[in-house]
Design a protein around this ligand. Structure first.
Ligand code: LLP
Length: 421
């Protein structure tokens, strides 16, 4: 559920009409709903009650500081994949002991930063990384808590570019490697192995592969314990899908939690999750204005909007589907027509969808790309020298610009000319 609703013939975010934001801030613009973020976080956390779990929100899905602070105020942790994301989480008020540091290629500098900050766990993904971390920890005279990210060799469906859990993906170590490395780390005075982790992919709507992976992870915890190692923690990653309306709806967090509990019945272990999309996707829309409708004589009808692939790259990159809703409710009985919805960028890839059935739309009309709160602004760029898309956070009947649109002067001033020019 989310708090983008039609009232009096137009689309609102909580108690603010989207039209007002478009007029006052301009388009394209991302609009996020505080109530939706809060609801998604608490529903996910409470699905595991009475068990206390660390819900480390995946910062990469939407890393806006106000979004992070909204979640941090509810006690959320942060799953981070770079020094920049750790800095964001800290700046938003996430306690270091609730920060998870993941990623396949952490640099020496990033590892040192995480060790100094004292994050809750560093998810080690390979032996070279383990060796590097040991070196870094020795220099800093520290003993960071680590988990091993295991690649459970499970195919989780979804788009190939976001599936991570097969053994031919770049992520994590195999089960046998995990056991060998756990022993190696346990013997290292500068490492403190506290568990194992996995993350098999994103936008997962079928719990089967998850249950399969988690069952294998349980087996690993049991084998490690039987070998005498202390394994207090199991991090099961993120990946639960959000509804995009073009495929079966993903299971509710309560159903997901029940599946986790079934696999883990009787296993005493601290659980960590790294959900991103399920919390942020439905909490945001990309609001865009129609520039014009261009009908080609061959019959295609292009709806050219002012948002583009640099603002929301998911359709171009993963053929992702985003529901497109007119901000003003069409009159009853309006005939639908097929549009190709495109942005102004100079490549054909800048196409949000083809042959989408939409009510009549014209230049100046507003449309909302739904379910755009995750991997939307976070993946935006200035391609075509388009100003980085601004972000607005709504709470009740108020809104704030939480990332302003840069001016052209600011954009150009970031690039000093080479001194010989
Ligand atoms: N943990 C790790 C280690 C991850 O790599 C990811 C996402 C997550 C957690 C959060 O996954 P989520 O709960 O959001 O599914 N840009 C793509 C999605 C990439 C996901 C990358 N990893 C998209 O727009 O669909």
């Amino acid at each position: 559920m989310n708090f983008f609703e039609v009232r009096d013939g137009e689309l609102w975010c909580e108690d603010v009409p989207l039209r007002r934001i478009a007029e006052e801030v301009g388009t394209p613009v991302y609009v996020y709903s505080t109530a939706t973020l809060e609801r998604h976080y608490t529903v996910f956390r409470d699905a595991f009650a009475p068990r206390k779990v660390l819900v480390a929100y995946a910062v990469k899905s939407n890393s806006n500081l106000s979004v992070l602070r909204t979640l941090a105020k509810l006690g959320a942790g942060a799953d981070t994949v770079s020094e920049g994301e750790i800095r964001r989480a800290l700046a938003a008020g996430v306690r270091p002991d609730r920060i998870v540091f993941s990623g396949v290629g952490k640099t020496r500098r990033e590892l040192a930063f995480a060790v100094e900050v004292g994050v809750s766990e560093i998810n080690v993904e390979s032996e070279p990384e383990l060796d590097l971390l040991s070196e870094v920890a020795e220099v800093l005279d520290a003993r960071p808590a680590i988990t091993f990210r295991v690649n459970p060799d499970v195919s989780a469906g979804g788009h190939a570019k976001i599936s991570t859990g097969k053994s031919d993906n770049k992520f994590g170590v195999s089960f046998s490697e995990a056991e060998r490395l756990y022993a190696k780390a346990s013997a290292d005075p500068h490492l403190n192995p506290i568990g194992v982790s996995c993350h098999i992919g994103s936008q997962i709507t079928d719990l089967g592969p998850m249950a399969e992976a988690f069952t294998k992870m349980r087996g690993l915890v049991e084998r490690l314990r039987a070998s005498g190692f202390n394994v207090p923690r199991l991090d099961l990653g993120g990946g639960l899908g959000a509804p995009y309306f073009d495929s079966p709806d993903p299971p509710e967090p309560s159903v997901y939690a029940a599946a986790v509990e079934k696999v883990l019945a009787g296993l005493d272990v601290e659980l960590v999750f790294e959900p991103g999309r399920v919390i942020s996707a439905n909490a945001g829309v990309l609001l865009s204005r129609v520039i014009h409708v261009h009908e080609r004589p061959e019959g295609r009808r292009f709806l050219v909007v002012d948002g583009a692939m640099n603002d929301l790259v998911r359709p171009a990159m993963y053929d992702a589907f985003h529901d497109i809703r007119p901000v003003t409710t069409p009159r009853q009985g309006a005939n639908l027509a097929a549009y190709d919805v495109v942005g102004p960028i100079c490549e054909t890839g800048d196409t949000f969808c083809r042959d989408r059935e939409l009510p009549p739309l014209d230049s100046g009309d507003l449309v909302a790309f739904m379910t755009a709160g995750a991997y939307g602004s976070a993946m935006s760029s200035e391609y075509n020298t388009r100003p980085l898309v601004p972000e607005v956070l709504v709470k009740g009947d108020s809104y704030a610009v939480v990332r302003p649109r840069p001016t052209y002067e600011e954009m150009l001033a970031r690039e000093p000319l080479a001194p010989w020019l």
